[in-house]
Design a protein around this ligand. Sequence first.
Ligand SMILES: N[C@@H](CCC(=O)N[C@@H](CS)C(=O)NCC(=O)O)C(=O)O
Length: 197
Amino acid sequence: MELICSLTSPYARRVRVLAYELDIGDRLKIQVVKPRESSDFLWTINPIGKVPTLQLDDGSSIYDSLTICDYLIATYSPEWGIKRQNNFWEYRTRLSMLNEMSDAGTQARRSLIQEPPQQNTADFQLGKIHRGLAHIENTWISMESELSLVSIGLGCTFDWLLNRFPEINWVSPYPRITNWFNDFKLRQSMEKTQIPA
Ligand SMILES: N[C@@H](CCC(=O)N[C@@H](CS)C(=O)NCC(=O)O)C(=O)O
């Protein structure tokens, strides 16, 4: 199976991190593309043309990132998933919120690189991310003890924010997330999938 992805995408990184955590990293071939410059190819395997897209050996495709993660867990380590889903709806809601935060970050970046930069639009989107992080900081009780798609998603999203918006202080307003992340980023799965400089 082959993961069509970009090495900077927080959505793709969560799939790559999960693959290492499931100990199937070596079975996942990686094909790096730039989604907006690879439409002819991407559209043949995913009509939406986004990464990550997982192409299976039989030629079929699976997307988006959460569906790919569910597929990898169900196929290679169903127990891994079950143990980590005590409250299924809370778990899915957290995953959705992390997706929305990455979506908001993408929108904010697009607004900021416009000429002239669309600061108000960016601020509106960045507000969603800050509210999301504040919510996590204050209510995700089990963050420090958990290894799940949620913690993998948070690690990938937080690192992506640190990289994409270095001018924003993500650290001091969220000390608990920062402390947790400073440990989490040392996991082999995170180190092997670091965002390229
Ligand atoms: N919900 C999707 C989002 C994926 C996504 O937005 N990927 C970006 C790269 S980070 C992309 O492919 N953008 C190209 C486009 O918007 O057409 C997922 O979780 O996989």
